[in-house]
Design a binder for this molecule. Structure first.
Ligand code: AMP
Ligand code: GLY
Length: 427
């Protein structure tokens, strides 16, 4: 038993799922969330501080005797939140700014991957608009993959076969950021591997698969993620072993040698070729959203203990166990998402009863929601997601779809084919 005070930083679906799991921990006495959402409000104390207001967060933690800070989004990490908390002797789940650059700068991530020998797509850096045509010609066999070298909130990557679209994206990026990356196109299937890591060791959580395009059949614009399921069968035992030996272990060897080792979760975005060889598409320095919502429920071991161990370099002494089950989540997005989501509409049909995260059950993960006069209002692009856990993936899909059909939001949209590639169904 413990009497720990925990602050979760962020206010999306990922943070609601972290709060749900931490709220179930006997180790947690008091749970805070900054700024939180309508879902976290019922299980934690929402604190009205922006995740990037590092000064106020550190101040709050000192005054409230916080024992552990769990950082959801990447931006506060890039702005030195972990460095500042460590200096104040507060355990932080999330890496220091220098290591958060793995997500903050795609170019930096490429350089580290090349240094430690991790497989990833070849690339060119473009700094001069006069060189665009020649560079596009060099990569013209496949769709062009263009990446900005800044944190762009999911809008920094363009994959296109349209030359004029490619040119205008590159031109804008060079004008705004001074450079842009042009990357070799990797064919294959994507999967996400969340690896909890500290200076002593690492634990791979069950791999998952996200659905990034807005509409059914993987059509429409890229989004933050429209739904996900876990585990992902594309990551077979043999692929898993290759991911560990070629990617995770070399990264751990590198990151654990730093002055302050990596403490947090390393999100490995994978592209798996037809022959089962994994390549890194991206690293993130945080839990994926919505991957977090369907990965945490599959962890049997107490979440506070895992996150606290990883913040204090004691992970290697912990045995982490998982449920033999499947989880799936479907995101309900506002009209206009991802381009111009309409906010302020009422969400109806969400049960007030506490989420019951257990086998053969379903629950709501709040994301962009807020409470106004006891009404739940859509306050973001991704409003909520309906999640379920079952012995089978199809069981989880049935439960999650049954739940989402009971919720109404004017203009709201969700994909009807989450998990469909595996289940072979087209709803
Ligand atoms: P990123 O933000 O780097 O994960 O890129 C966003 C999305 O673009 C990924 O989830 C992939 O679907 C796609 N993508 C990124 N890099 C590549 C690549 N080298 N080859 C193919 N698709 C890619
Ligand atoms: N779902 C993708 C991400 O969190 O980056």
């Amino acid at each position: 038993m413990g009497a720990h005070k925990v602050l979760v930083v962020g206010g999306g679906g990922r943070e609601h799922s972290l709060c749900l799991a931490l709220n179930n921990s006997v180790m947690v006495e008091r749970l805070y969330c900054a700024p939180g959402n309508a879902g976290t409000a019922s299980i934690a104390s929402n604190i009205d501080i922006s995740p990037t207001d590092v000064d106020r967060i550190v101040d709050f933690c000192i005054k409230s005797n916080i024992d552990l800070v769990v950082v959801g989004p990447e931006a506060p990490l890039c702005e030195s939140l972990a460095d500042r908390l460590i200096a104040a002797n507060i355990a932080c789940f999330g890496p220091v700014a220098e290591l958060a650059e793995l997500e903050g700068s795609k170019l930096h991530a490429k350089q580290i991957m090349s240094e430690v020998g991790v497989p990833t797509a070849g690339f060119q850096i473009l700094k001069n608009v006069e060189n665009i045509d020649a560079a596009l010609n060099d990569f013209s066999q496949n769709p062009w993959v263009i990446k900005r070298d800044v944190l762009a909130g999911g809008k920094g990557v363009l994959v296109t076969t349209d030359r004029s679209e490619a040119k205008s994206f590159i031109t804008n990026a060079i004008q705004t950021d001074g450079k842009v990356l042009l990357e070799e196109f990797l064919p294959g299937q994507e999967a996400s591997m969340l690896v909890v890591m500290d200076g002593s060791g690492f634990v791979c959580l069950p791999p998952s698969q996200d659905h990034k395009r807005a509409y059914d059949g993987d059509l429409g614009p890229n989004t933050g993620g429209m739904g996900a399921y876990c585990p992902a069968p594309i990551v077979t035992k043999s692929v898993h072993e290759k991911v560990i030996s070629r990617i995770v272990r070399p990264m751990f060897e590198h990151l654990s040698k730093m002055t302050t080792p990596y403490r947090g979760v390393l999100y490995v975005g994978l592209m798996i070729t037809e022959s089962g060889d994994p390549n890194v598409v991206e690293f993130n320095v945080r839990f994926g959203d919505p991957e977090c919502q369907i990965t945490l429920p599959l962890i049997k071991t107490d979440l506070f203990t895992i996150l606290h161990s990883a913040s204090t370099d004691t992970l290697s002494s912990l045995q982490v166990e998982f449920h033999d089950a499947h989880a799936l989540t479907i995101v309900l997005a506002s009209e206009g998402y991802p381009n111009q989501p309409i906010k302020g509409r009422v969400v109806e049909g969400i049960s007030a009863k506490q989420a019951n995260i257990a086998l053969e059950s379903s629950w709501v993960n709040h994301a962009g929601t807020k409470l106004v006069e006891n009404k739940i209002i859509a306050n973001g692009g991704r409003v909520l997601s309906c999640s379920a856990m079952s012995k089978t993936l199809s069981g989880a899909a049935i439960l999650a779809y049954e739940l989402i059909e009971t919720i109404t939001l004017e203009g709201g949209h969700y994909r009807s084919d989450i998990g469909g590639q595996i289940l072979g169904v087209n709803r």
